[in-house]
Design a protein around this ligand. Sequence first.
Ligand code: NDP
Length: 290
Amino acid sequence: SRTPLTLLGTGAMGTALARVWLAAGHEVTVWNRTAARAEPLAAEGATVARTAAEAVAANRLVIACLLDDASVSEALDGAGLAGRDLVNLTTGTPGQGRARAAWAEARGARFLDAGIMAVPPMIGAPDSGGYVFYSGSPELFEEHRDTLAVPAGTHYVGADPGFAALHDVALLSAMSGMFAGITHAFALIRPEDIAPKDFAPLLADWLTAMAPAVHQSADQLQSGDYTRNVVSNLAMQAAGNTTLLRTAEEQRVSPELLTPYVELMGRRLAQGHGEEDGTGMVELLDLRGR
Ligand code: NDP
């Protein structure tokens, strides 16, 4: 028989999760701060609890999918967590994940933190590529992995409860840089008679072609040798940056999304690392001991 579970938070993501667990035959007890947002799930077979404490009391497996870490504190304040298996799908920082783990363990619960690498339409769609990072109690993960795998793929990244958030945020941070570049690229073509729809496939293919460079960086980081197998060294890249900035100026486009990266490259170059790959800039971002 399927594991019954409690889900706290029926926002966009919580609702998508609840639907998939219900459809898979799990008994689901839901709670949402604004009750009206949980009601539609009752028609699909969910039990709607009046309070978070009541929802937590209903099942051993308790899953929180709330806005942020502060809302988890607010929702679970006063709930009896002893003997519970708490899985926190709420996006947070590594520090928040670690503090939440200590908080849950002090209340007698096992704890797993998570980072969802999916948007609601990818939930319950096995081919969408969406998945969830988990870290924390390995026993909790092993016991509930089949249940957790119902809405999306599972990727356990270690017993340190901060690691799920760290992986999540590292990927999101890289995505943020990618979207900055995409925004700048569209701004460059905007003044011209180039259809964004004609340009988009070129952009998508180029980003895909460049993505494997991460493996090269990883190899350089692990060997500690930033000059290893360099294809485009920093001196050449810095010269290219002049062209990027000058083109922005010609097209009357603000360079503000490019300049931080260009400046960092200039600093590394000024330190005499022109033969390196861009990977060496990681050193300049490392603020430990400064
Ligand atoms: P929504 O804004 O749709 O829902 C937020 C939920 O948090 C609601 O249930 C809301 O309740 C609840 N909430 C907010 N503040 C409090 C509080 N102080 N006390 C109790 N409950 C509170 O967000 P999502 O469902 O989209 O996101 C939920 C989590 O999933 C977030 O951490 C988000 O980062 C993560 N996530 C979302 C993705 C997405 O694309 N949507 C993608 C990946 C991760 P109420 O209805 O009463 O306001």
